[in-house]
Design a protein around this ligand. Sequence first.
Ligand code: PLP
Length: 358
Amino acid sequence: MSRFLSKRFSSLEPYVPGEQPRERKFIKLNTNESPFPPSAAVVRAAALAAESLQLYSDPSCLALHKALANAYGVKPSQVLAGNGSDELLYFAFTAFCDADTPAVFPDITYGFYPVFAQLCNVEARIIPLSDGFFIRADNYYGAKGTIFIANPNAPTGIMMPLSDVLCIARRNPDNVVVIDEAYVDFGGKSAVSLLKDCPNLLIIQTFSKSRSLAGGRLGFALGSEELIADLAAVKYSFNPYSVNSMTMAAGLASLAEPEVTRANCACIIANREFTVDGLTRLGFSCLPSCANFVFARHASIPGETVFRALRQRGILVRHFNKERLEDYNRITIGSRAQMEALLSAMGAIVGSQEGANA
Ligand SMILES: *Cc1c(COP(=O)(O)O)cnc(C)c1O
């Protein structure tokens, strides 16, 4: 830290992204990326857009907003695209939290929320999950702050029913309720259908997970025209061109072939069932996941031991060194071949540990 850094950042703890190893070939099951590359049409669209990179990208993202509006049954003025959903989440913290309006979110959730609260210098009111890692909706009634809920939640994968989302939105009419639906395409239910009844609801989704575009950086927010206008004001005060033209073209091309996304998600869901089944046979228990990952703990082997042993065998998963989470590993669901490799490595690890304990 230099002596020039503003004092308000002296205790800032940045988000720690999952490893992106470049030197060694790992089976990468640690950052919830898609195992499928983008389709040929998406790659072509991005390459074509690259031919006009001398020009700024369209700051209004008009074509993309129209396509998203069409896909989700809202007006284009109810959509805002951003440089990944992380950027839109940051805009939401900036626009809707302040000294009188803390950010309210669960103790176990997406690691960026506490970081954004620090960065925006707003209080974080943290509400513990239940013993089974569920979000209890009634804990959020009358919360007197801007609520951030990942649904399905991370790293648990657990989905909160839409009826609970509706109750939370209704019981906080004077606050914004942000639902982060990064994983909703893997068997969850989107709160988009609640938008017409809930002017305080803001939904944030991403092309990173279900649409194979994590490296493209594309997310979008859906909400009332007024909420979207507020977010756009922050965007235009920061970087009007935050979505670059290649990514915009890739996103449009992806929206033009919903059947590809549907098929990829169906495959991930099938591989998830296969993985949960295999892990269960090996003595793991998995939280009920609606996402492209499972959160799994072994009955007798510590989470960190599993993490290290997998790494030694060339498989990366995510381990969180945090109370309540340390027994678990978050395992991204990849291709069938990757999951077979995972289960075979887990079999060997469980076998050798149980041998050592015998
Ligand atoms: C991955 C993830 C995001 C971020 O996605 P980007 O669009 O890549 O920025 C947001 N929220 C949650 C809960 C995530 O897991």
